[in-house]
Design a protein around this ligand. Sequence first.
Ligand code: G6Q
Length: 547
Amino acid sequence: MRQIALSTTASYQALETHALEAEDWLLRDLFAIDPARFPAFTVDAAGLFLDYSKNRLDARTLELLADLARERGVEDQRDAMFAGERINLSEHRAVLHTALRAPREPALMVDGQDVSADVHGVLERMRVFTDAVRAGIWLGHSGKPITDIVNIGIGGSDLGPKMVCLALRQYAHPRLKLHFVSNVDGHDLDAALGKVHPETTLFIIASKTFTTTETMMNAQSARAWFLERAGADALAKHFVAVSTNTEAIKTFGIDPANMFPFWDWVGGRYSVWSAIGLSVMLAVGHGYFSDLLAGAHALDLHFKEAPLEKNMPVLLAMIGFWNRQFLGCPSLSIAPYHQDLNRFPAYLQQLDMESNGKCVTKGGQPVDTLTCPVIWGDCGTNGQHAYFQLLHQGTDVTPIDFIAALRPGHEMGHHHAALLANCFAQSEAFMRGKTTAEVKQDLQGQGLTEAQITDLAPHKTFPGNRPSNTILMEYLTPYTLGALIALYEHKTFVQGVIWDVNSFDQWGVELGKVLAKKIEAELNGDAQPAQHDSSTNGLIAMAKAAV
Ligand code: G6Q
């Protein structure tokens, strides 16, 4: 569907006018005048609960945002995605990560192909393989069970599996240790190889294209390391591949019988549900992997069926759009109050910023509004002792997504009460702030002199009025984690539709890759120095002199 420029749409212009009215709203007033704000601005789905009441908006704002989502065609685009239409226009591909977590029936037919049969066929092969490794039936070349798994992949072939394996560590097989190697920096592989033994290690080479420089270099070095310690006929027991590129894995020396395929309609950053999740299934087993898929599928159904006004990913997307465009917030901080989600902010960084960090519409025109904010963050309570200062009193307003489980996966209940208390206190503090009058009253109560109070009050004042969402689940389980990931995937999708950018390509990563190839050849002496700028020339000369 050809979109007109966002800022010229009637619904955008209505929001612009409304934003002027909303400019002076204070969150603490919005709560004071409406005791029912919490029930009105909360929603639950697929084991997740979202409280969006601490955002600077009212029911009218949400109505106007829903008008915008409708005018931009969110519902039609959503249906086109689920149906397997080629919505990734610049790469002419369907976008079907939702099919990876759908049940076998009803079958999804795309271009005459039974996609569901393909997906479930690979899942079954993964089940047989992972069951054998986990049960100690799949043995290394000297007859010992596998103890260590090294996943070699980068970007989408690393961030998802790594994040999920950490998040589900309590569900993991006790014998299997997971290692993730992604960086072309040899220190990464060196550190992993230092921890494993060739007789008991399984390497997964995870690469959709099987051409990615970092992964290929790490895979070749891991293979060389292995062959120095075991014969070539031992390779088949220790190297498997996850890819769409059968020819390349054969050339690498992996038996296609040990290859777990997926398809071009799975984008890298949306691939954890596919065979790219092999390391996850090895860690937690087929049953919990199925629960992860089931949680995501439940959220998919909610996204498909709930009206936009009560649709969790749509709400997150619309609120994010409001904060970015009309409150001018340059970034979004992700604050999981759960240590096992400590890679979740990094995962969302790729999901959101690689998908929507764009300035050109699908039709090639400049986007005429702001697009994706910077996504960043770390676990609470650690972040509170580091960068929360800026979030409370810095000059930028940074919205925050708090994420927590109501019940812990351990038995130290007092820790959990302290954790949740901090999580809720932070969102309250961001919302309310503390006025100078309140600060002065406190300081008077502490017996400070008027002069001391005058000096201190500005420093102790909190502007507040800072928006946040809180996402709660009962426990962090494979099911709720699946739903959580799918929630953010669909949020990203909806924002992409509103901005009319292609959320499924990533041309912006190409330029640096091409230049790096040239410079690598220069550093290795295989190419004459090219004419760079004086800075780049100078840096290359320093690196060459250091060899
Ligand atoms: C994700 C990107 C990117 C990709 C990596 C790895 O959406 O496409 O992060 O996942 O570049 O690519 P390969 O899996 O092909 O090695």
